[in-house]
Design a protein around this ligand. Structure first.
Ligand code: F6R
Length: 611
């Protein structure tokens, strides 16, 4: 989604602004822009369609330097991808404004402002805010008050950052439902949609809350809550290093993040299992009070995180013997679900800012759940702040738009949740101990599986000219097939679908021919023989099979059947995590062969903060 950066400092802020945008590139965007006030009364604006590099070229050709400025990377919602629609938007050559979110009542505000004589230069919903603020400033209001009054007129979601070039002594920001963080430094202050944008200039941050408006000057930050009262927000020291988001020797962030998984999974498990027992305190101080009351679990998430939830259903029902439903957040939030006593609501999200997931959480809070819980990768996210129980995945920043290490760490965290609930439900301690040992073995197994990279790269050629692919799995690796299909479509743009292999004969088998590669995940579990029969059904129709198989399955390479043998002794609990790895690598290599933008696939954004 849109990236936001703002800075006020004694020196030229334009390098910090552009570097901030570069560090937010992973969020996905289509155009960028920067506005700086070189001195009081002048506004310098540069915008470009495309990557930050295009904006940099514009700035190199015609620099825009000054001690106060804002910058934005846009992910189009209202109006096409054009320079005119790129932010910042300007009103009266003095008010410059950037925005992340969607203003739902912009049509009526626009008509009102047009009637007052404001000329619109873009098709965006954002431009109305710039004119609204300007209108209040023209009436003599102080900029902070002008913003407070303007946002009262808005319906929808926003993080906005604005300054007045005629009085360039401050930046004013406001937020509802879109994240904003203030960065504090000596004699300079900053704002951004994400701490990563500001790590080169500060490690000290204040996270703004719903409805906050902040007046940010060089040497002070004053925050007002939704009622306009001054408030203190805690100052957090970030432990992230500025180079946590560097790509290093890897060709793409996605590849780097795939290879980071052994460490990320180990970190997610570490200190949370002690003597073959999961520490409930890992879920927060309320866990000991809540977990004994849990009789069933409703899991809600989007995209890849939803697939993690589908795996968790097996962990919770088969392992912990507790009923579990899993649903996509965009449907859940409007469905008015029935909530039985003792139900735990669990949201899974890498970013913790996904609009649908947050809205589902807020809806759930009204529905009588025993508690809300979150599995999330971003400690200061809205989801974490608003949930009763929290288990952090420790994947570190995930920059590639396609989720990889966030997914496997979610699976590790969900395994811990399943075990914590199993402990409370009196499941045999020896079984819990066995499962905790198996979880701890996963990082090493993932490490071994990464060594299959060269063999998987060898397969990629067979997919590079295909238009469709089918993924098959059964049991807990069916959601892994779904995740494999999602990875392939989002980064290589090949249409891919996943099926529970037993469903094939109920329709999709009609699609199978020599031009439809079928990828199957075949761990050694109780469903193996059934899966093998399903694979025979594919072969009998001339379909070409690519199978990731356990060494003991008896599935051998033959005419039309390619097999990559997975490491030995992968237990059913471990299989979802370990079998994810080859599917990620396959999608990656196919995408590289097809020359797509692996880290920033078209039309997608990392953090989906709009509905
Ligand atoms: C796919 C992907 C998305 C996200 C989804 C939810 O690779 O990354 O499907 O999983 O947008 O995002 P989070 O987990 O941040 O709520």
């Amino acid at each position: 989604m849109c990236g936001i950066v703002g800075a006020i400092a004694p020196q030229d802020v334009s390098p910090v602004l552009v570097e901030g945008l570069r560090r937010l590139e992973y969020r996905g965007y289509d155009s960028t822009g920067v506005a700086v006030a070189p001195q009081a009364g002048t506004l310098c604006l540069r915008r470009a369609v495309g990557k930050v590099a295009m904006l940099q070229q514009r700035l190199d050709a015609a620099p825009c330097a000054g001690p106060i400025g804002i910058a934005h990377s846009r992910w189009a919602t209202h109006g096409g991808v054009t320079e005119a629609n790129a932010h910042p938007h300007v009103s009266g050559d003095r008010i410059a404004l950037i925005h992340n979110g969607i203003i739902e009542n912009y049509v009526e505000l626009r008509s009102e402002l047009v009637a007052q004589g404001y000329a619109f230069a873009s098709e965006t919903d954002t431009e109305v805010i710039a004119h609204l603020v300007h209108d209040h400033v023209k009436q003599g209001l102080d900029l902070t008050v002008a913003v407070q009054q303007a946002v009262r007129r808005l319906t929808g979601a926003y993080a906005i950052v604005v300054f007045d070039a005629q009085q360039p002594d401050r930046i004013v920001v406001a937020r509802i439902a879109s994240p904003l963080v203030v960065g504090l430094a000596e004699g300079a202050n900053y704002v951004a949609s994400d701490v990563q944008a500001l790590l080169p200039v500060t490690k000290r941050f204040q996270f703004l809350e719903e409805g906050d408006v902040a007046d940010i000057r060089r040497d002070s930050v004053t925050i007002f809550d939704a009622d306009g009262h001054p408030v203190q927000r805690p100052v957090h020291e970030s432990s992230l290093s500025a180079d946590a988001v560097e790509r290093g020797e890897y060709a793409h962030y996605m590849l780097k993040e795939i290879h980071e998984q052994p460490r990320a999974i180990a970190d997610t498990l570490s200190e949370r299992i002690v003597s073959d027992h999961v520490l409930e305190a890992a879920f927060g101080p309320r866990a000991a009070q809540v977990l004994p009351l849990v009789q069933q679990v409703h899991i809600v998430a989007c995209g890849t995180s939803y697939h993690a939830g589908l795996v968790a259903r097996y962990y919770l029902e088969q392992g912990a013997r507790i009923p579990c439903t899993v649903e996509v957040a965009s449907e859940y939030r409007y469905r008015n679900p029935v909530v039985m006593p003792g139900t735990l609501f669990l949201a899974i999200s890498q970013s913790g800012e996904t609009a649908d997931t947050l809205a589902a959480l807020r809806e759930a809070r009204k529905l009588g759940y025993v508690a809300t819980a979150a599995i999330c990768n971003v400690p200061e996210s809205s989801l974490v702040r608003e949930s009763d129980l929290v288990l952090m995945t420790r994947a570190g920043p995930e920059i590639g738009v396609a989720s990889t290490k966030a997914f496997t760490t979610q699976l590790a965290a969900l395994g811990l949740l399943g075990l914590a609930i199993a402990q409370r439900r009196g499941i045999d301690r020896r079984i819990v101990a066995l499962y905790t040992r198996q979880m701890r073995q996963v990082p090493e197994m993932v490490e071994h599986t990464l060594k299959l990279d060269a063999a998987i790269r060898g397969w990629a050629q067979a997919f590079s000219d295909k238009h469709h692919a089918l993924f098959l799995g059964r049991g807990p690796t069916w959601p892994i097939a779904m995740e494999g299909a999602l990875k392939l479509k989002e980064i290589s743009y090949i249409h891919a679908e996943a099926y529970a292999a037993g469903e094939l004969k109920h329709g999709p088998l009609a699609l199978v021919d020599h031009d439809m590669p079928v990828i199957a995940v075949a761990p050694n579990n109780t469903l193996l023989e059934k899966l093998k029969s399903n694979l025979q059904e594919v072969r009998a129709r001339g379909g070409r099979l690519f199978v990731f198989a356990d060494p003991n399955t008896g599935i051998e390479p033959s005419e039309g059947v390619d097999v990559i043998t997975m490491p030995d002794h992968i237990e059913p609990l471990q299989a979802p995590l370990v079998y994810t790895i080859p599917l990620q690598l396959l999608s990656y290599h196919v995408a590289v062969l097809r020359g797509t933008d692996v880290d920033q696939p078209r039309n997608l954004a990392k953090s989906v903060t709009v509905e």
